[in-house]
Design a protein around this ligand. Structure first.
Ligand code: ATP
Ligand code: MG
Length: 244
């Protein structure tokens, strides 16, 4: 068995006096699609920000692709092969779709990686709507199209691990039925993915394994198919009514 692409242990993240992540252990195997579900304020985004180098953790270790990376900056993580699709997407509204995409390939363009052109083509095959809108401003896209752009931008760094924070945020079921299978397809092609998601039913359907996070900690975890039938998940995250 090869070592996991990501191994997090004892992770602690704080904002001043507020502890947001209080000793989290999790791992993503190579080629695995792993989910984190949990309610508002559970610490999911804080965990993701620490993993992606957006925030320095106050404790614990983060092993990525065989290297200890806790405290490394996000641009270093991108260069090492970890791309994040952040909560809220963070599209540059006053730049074109093409410019937004090229920002994802920034470190590769800097070292004149010749494969960027082919990768752009591949990403546009995956998201044909972006091809039609390459010269349009990012801010003029619909929410669903902006999420496609955010995922496509992440892919253009050619990551080994893609971390996605709330793919579903603010999007209609019709768009979600289009976006989640794309993540599944990328995973089937070999990409390791860590997905944070409030829409537990969607996450459990596409991921192989899931961690349930509450109050800064992992409460339990297991194969997604098992958790989808677990009373603790049904009651708290899949909206099962006690009087049903
Ligand atoms: N920039 C910040 N400054 C201070 N506290 C913060 C900040 N960001 C998050 N927190 C706090 O950290 C805790 C965890 O927040 P986090 O955003 O990681 O949760 P989450 O699980 O992603 O929630 P959501 O589902 O709403 O996105 C919360 O108590 C939150 O109020
Ligand atoms: Mg969040």
């Amino acid at each position: 068995m090869s070592a996991p692409i990501l191994q997090v242990s004892g992770l602690r993240v704080a904002y001043g006096p507020i502890t947001a992540v209080d000793g989290v252990d999790l791992e993503v195997g190579r080629g695995e699609f792993v989910g984190i579900i949990g309610s508002n304020g559970a610490g999911k985004s804080s965990t993701m920000r620490a993993v992606a180098g957006v925030l320095a953790p106050v404790g614990g270790s983060i092993h990525f692709d065989g290297t200890e990376v806790a405290g490394r900056k996000s641009h270093e993580m991108v260069a090492m092969g970890l791309a994040m699709v952040p909560e809220g997407r963070m599209i540059f509204g006053d730049q074109t779709v093409r410019e937004n995409l090229m920002l994802g390939a920034y470190t590769r363009l800097a070292r004149r990686d010749p494969d960027v052109v082919d990768d752009l083509e591949e990403v546009l095959e995956l998201f044909p709507r972006l091809r039609e809108r390459l010269d349009q401003l990012g801010g003029s896209l619909s929410g669903g199209e902006q999420q496609m752009l955010a995922v496509a931008r992440g892919l253009l760094s050619r990551p080994k691990l893609l971390v996605v924070d709330e793919l579903s945020l603010g999007l209609a079921p019709k768009i979600l039925d289009l976006l989640f299978p794309i993540l599944a397809k990328l995973n089937a092609g070999g990409l390791s993915i860590l997905l944070v998601e409030q829409m537990a039913s969607y996450a459990l359907a596409v991921t192989q394994r899931t961690y349930v996070m509450e109050n800064g900690r992992i409460r339990f975890s297991g194969p997604s198919a098992d958790l989808a039938r677990d009373d603790r998940v049904l009651d708290a995250y899949l909206g099962r009514r006690h009087d049903a």
